[in-house]
Design a protein around this ligand. Structure first.
Ligand SMILES: Cc1ncc(COP(=O)(O)O)c(C=O)c1O
Length: 387
């Protein structure tokens, strides 16, 4: 039996989510924009799902735009806010951090090519954004600040409430976006608590379907759409809605929110066994990310091994029936060390030997036992080969 330990990359859809999606596919497959009964029924399901998501986030349904992914939500928030702010004469400066997902980093880099100015805030050795640097960076012309709620590689949970407060105090007209793709389901992401104007999430990170997410846009925020066409989503995102996906997202959110305590307790206990057990069993293991466990995603374990190639560890684990990652799924196969680990001050050689194990609700103690059993041997063997 394979052991799946890469829940930060994606999660297996919950059968209860699939049930809800099946009904949407078979019973309400009409186009929600159509005027006749099938359309009306589909539209009712769509609006019902929107209300479910909005209630769970504590926002108005009008503030929810369904998207096709976490990346799309990030792109839409950042580009839409930056352009709308610039057109309103509110500056052309965008601030983000050095450890964002590429969905944010590459979007901000693209904005730079289009004439915007950007600041990439540094982080400390634990992966926390420097609040001092943030305070200094926000100016009169800062249109937008985008900082992730939790990091996908090392699980650091940023103090977004504090970050928003600093930004608004320095410049009340600056808008704040948070990429909450990894945080959703694990920590409180209610926009009112975080003080943000935009927030993006993706269903497949919490046992929902792939290819669907949502973007929260605070009422009356300056923002403009970047997918044009039909009038769907109140003209904020054209395209016939992925109704079954949206229903799956809403159901996955309901389950994630109502089962959060139980799920967090479960994964945290397993994660802590790795956190304490692996460095004990494998010499020269450097745990990455914060050791302040209240400020770390409950399911994230990440580390680097000295004198081993991370990719070889992953391949050996795969042969041992264990699915793991070196950090972010999107950079697997790339020879560059992780930009997150580099920003945290970890040297290139060590950053190349990174391992991330992210736990999920179906993982068991026996599976963790197996990892604790096989991983030390794998690292030892690889080390002996490389010397
Ligand atoms: C922090 C973060 N942001 C954005 C994304 C992109 O989400 P998606 O794959 O749904 O586009 C990911 C996916 O790994 C992520 O971890």
């Amino acid at each position: 039996m394979r052991i799946y330990l890469d829940h930060a990359a994606t999660t297996p859809p919950d059968p209860r989510v699939l049930d809800a999606m099946w009904s949407a596919y078979t019973e309400t497959w009409g186009n929600p924009s159509s005027i006749y009964l099938e359309g009306q029924q589909a539209n009712a399901v769509l609006e019902d799902a929107r209300k479910t998501c909005a209630d769970l986030l504590g926002v108005s349904p009008r503030e929810i735009v369904f998207t096709g992914s976490g990346s799309e939500g990030d792109n839409a928030a950042i580009r839409g806010a930056a352009y709308a702010q610039r057109e309103a004469g509110r500056g052309d400066h965008v601030i983000t951090s050095q450890i964002e997902h590429h969905a944010v980093l590459h979007t901000v880099e693209q904005l730079e090519r289009e004439g915007f100015r950007a600041t990439y805030l540094p982080v400390d050795a634990d992966g926390f954004v420097s609040l001092e640097a943030l305070r200094e960076a926000v100016g009169e012309d800062t249109a937008l600040v985008s900082i992730m709620a939790a990091n996908n590689e090392v699980g650091t949970v940023q103090p977004i409430g504090e970050i928003s407060a600093i930004v608004k105090e320095r410049n009340p007209r600056t808008l704040v976006h948070t990429d909450a793709v990894q945080a959703a389901g694990a920590v409180d992401i209610a926009p009112a608590h975080l003080g943000v104007d935009f927030l993006s999430i993706a269903a497949h990170k919490f046992y929902g379907p792939k290819g669907v997410g949502l973007l929260y846009i605070k009422n009356r925020s300056r923002w403009q759409p970047f997918i044009h066409g039909g009038a769907q989503e109140r003209e904020r995102r054209a395209g016939t809605e992925n109704l079954a996906g949206i229903v799956g997202l809403a159901r996955a959110m309901e389950l994630a929110w109502s089962e959060a305590d139980e799920r967090n307790r479960h994964v945290q206990a397993l994660r802590d066994r790795l956190l304490y057990g692996l460095p004990e069993r494998i010499p020269d293991t450097v745990v990455t990310g914060t050791q302040d466990l209240d400020r770390r995603l409950p399911n994230n374990f990440s580390c680097c091994f000295r004198n081993v190639e991370g990719e070889s560890v992953l391949l050996a684990l795969d042969l041992a029936e264990i699915a793991a990652s070196s950090g972010s799924a999107c950079t697997t196969g790339s020879l560059e060390p992780s930009h997150v680990l580099t920003a945290m001050g970890i040297d290139g050689d060590l950053a190349h030997a990174s391992l991330r194990l992210t736990l999920g609700k179906s993982n068991t103690d026996e599976q963790v036992d197996r990892v604790l059993d096989v991983l030390p041997g794998i690292v030892e063997r690889l080390r002996s080969l490389s010397t």
